[in-house]
Design a protein around this ligand. Structure first.
Ligand SMILES: NC(=O)c1ccc[n+]([C@@H]2O[C@H](COP(=O)([O-])OP(=O)(O)OC[C@H]3O[C@@H](n4cnc5c(N)ncnc54)[C@H](O)[C@@H]3O)[C@@H](O)[C@H]2O)c1
Length: 465
């Protein structure tokens, strides 16, 4: 559906003119309200309080009793759980329609997949998955149900007007024919915990200068924290308060650089920043991936790394290359006087006639070369501008109630995007240029890479439950 049509439908839904037939998809609750469960009821979970408060919040889940109490204070009517599997088991008793997932990254694909298996709409905080296999599983599950269920990955910056303006510039030919696109992010590691030797690409624990790994055993976890449930499907690692030491909404920075708990910067700001690029290139899965960066650390995802991907032509452009740079790695600027490093999280598009450099809010058009006279650029009329997305979480709520509405960052769009980035991490581990068959999800020229597309789970945990 074109965005224009989507916006028309959104307006109808917003005006209350669409009523979902009860007992099918849409809303089970009274007054066409959704019955929603919030999983992870503190930190990023709090950012969802106001948008889900318009619906019936029937259940809350958190593995930290204090955080569960925090959510329960806001939604006293909700049933509380510490184990999301129990909550999903009760989905019929709760007449549940939808879940919002704000837990640690290593549980996202599990909860999302289990929820889809129970025909629930899903909003999942970014990243959707931490392995290629997880991204493919969740995307395929949703694709088989997309006419009935609405999904959205929490890349809410997508609603910033600059996303539309960049897409218009590129599709309308402001830089000629699109050739390549790069995105980058400059986050490195937690300076309170680690020292990073940028030359060697090695992270050391701050105190004892040993090469950093999973945090040392710090004894029993506090009684309010159900640590074993926090570990969930991931291999067991001893408890250390360092995994929980950041403030609300930033605690993800305590655990997301460890392989068993996240995907490093890719799952962090990388998801937002690659979205800035992904929205403008209409790509699906790459045919190759190649990466270089810090030497492999068995516990920590790389800090400095760059990944390069090739994408086939589509209906409006030729083949393109896409790149992701992190932790200090940067693309080459069009001219030395353009200092890309001044943009912490940004994207650059290269076309046959110029460049666009962007951050989330701004864009800079740079015609380049003797032929770059802009005569090829046919800017669209004002009434043809892409319509604003509106409120990002509300877009998902509206789509849950009205199956004809689309969400911007559904599990297909976001699943492809994160699969590509995660494949880049696999390429960084093998050090080889990987040929990738997106249809089967297999690397065709490097058997050891295929072994890295999934990850090991603890006994008793299955992605498909
Ligand atoms: N979209 C954004 O801009 C944005 C911003 C910050 C964080 N995030 C994402 O939100 C998620 C949470 O980040 P955070 O910083 O709030 O982390 P956090 O560690 O504080 O976790 C959030 C809450 O989830 C609970 N939790 C963790 N694992 C759980 C589980 N298995 N079951 C139930 N509850 C569980 C925690 O106890 C906590 O209350 C991450 O995936 C992160 O990437 C997104």
């Amino acid at each position: 559906m074109q965005r224009r049509e989507f916006m028309k439908n959104a307006a109808l839904a917003g005006a209350g003119l669409f009523i979902a037939p009860s007992g099918t998809f849409g809303a089970n609750g009274s007054n066409n309200k959704l019955n929603i469960a919030l999983i992870g009821s503190w930190g990023r979970g709090e950012a969802h309080f106001s948008s889900i408060a318009t619906e019936n919040v029937v259940a809350l889940c958190d593995i930290n009793d204090d955080h569960l109490a925090f959510g329960a204070k806001r939604f006293p009517q909700a049933k509380t759980y510490v184990d999301w599997r129990k909550l999903l088991e009760d989905h019929k008793k709760l007449s549940l329609d939808a879940v919002v997932i704000c837990t640690a990254d290593h549980t996202h694909a599990f909860i999302a997949n289990w929820a889809l298996n129970r025909n629930l709409h899903v909003y999942c905080e970014k990243p959707l998955a931490v392995s290629v296999e997880e991204a493919r599983t969740v995307r395929a599950n949703w694709m088989s149900k997309k006419s009935k269920l609405a999904t959205q990955v929490g890349m809410q910056r997508h609603a910033i007007a600059n996303f539309n303006r960049l897409r218009e510039l590129i599709l309308d030919g402001a830089i000629g024919e699109l050739k390549s696109a790069s995105a980058w992010g400059n986050r490195q590691c937690r300076p309170d915990l680690c020292d990073y030797d940028q030359e060697k690409g090695i992270v050391y624990f701050k105190d004892n200068k040993a090469v950093a790994g999973y945090l040392p055993d710090a004894g029993a976890p506090p009684s309010n924290l159900h640590y074993d449930l926090w570990l969930g499907p991931s291999p067991a690692h001893a408890y250390n308060p360092g995994y929980f030491s950041r403030g609300p909404g930033a605690n993800c920075l305590s655990w997301n650089m460890f392989w068993d708990f996240g995907a490093g910067q890719i799952g962090d700001m990388g998801s937002h920043t690659m979205d800035l690029l992904w929205n403008c290139v209409d790509a699906t899965l790459p045919t190759s991936a190649e990466a270089k960066g810090d030497p492999f650390n068995a516990a920590l995802t790389p800090i400095k790394c760059e990944s390069h991907f090739e994408h086939p032509a589509n209906s409006w452009r030729g083949p393109i290359s896409v790149a992701w740079y992190q932790g200090g790695a940067m693309p080459t600027p069009p001219k030395d006087f353009i200092d890309l490093k001044k943009i912490g999280h940004g994207a650059m598009f290269k076309g046959s006639q110029g460049f666009i450099v962007a951050d989330f809010d701004n864009r800079l058009l740079f015609p380049y070369g003797k032929e770059a006279d802009m005569s090829y650029y046919k800017p669209r009329a004002k009434d043809k501008l892409l319509p604003p997305l509106g409120h990002f979480q509300q877009q998902w709520i509206d789509a849950c109630k009205n199956p004809s509405l689309k969400t911007a960052c559904d599990f297909e769009y976001s699943g492809n995007m994160i699969e590509q980035l995660l494949l880049g991490l696999v390429a960084s581990r093998t050090g080889k240029k990987l040929a990738y068959d997106g249809a089967t999800g297999k690397v065709t020229n490097c058997p050891e890479a295929n072994a890295l597309l999934g990850r090991k789970y603890r006994d008793g945990w299955a992605l498909n439950g």
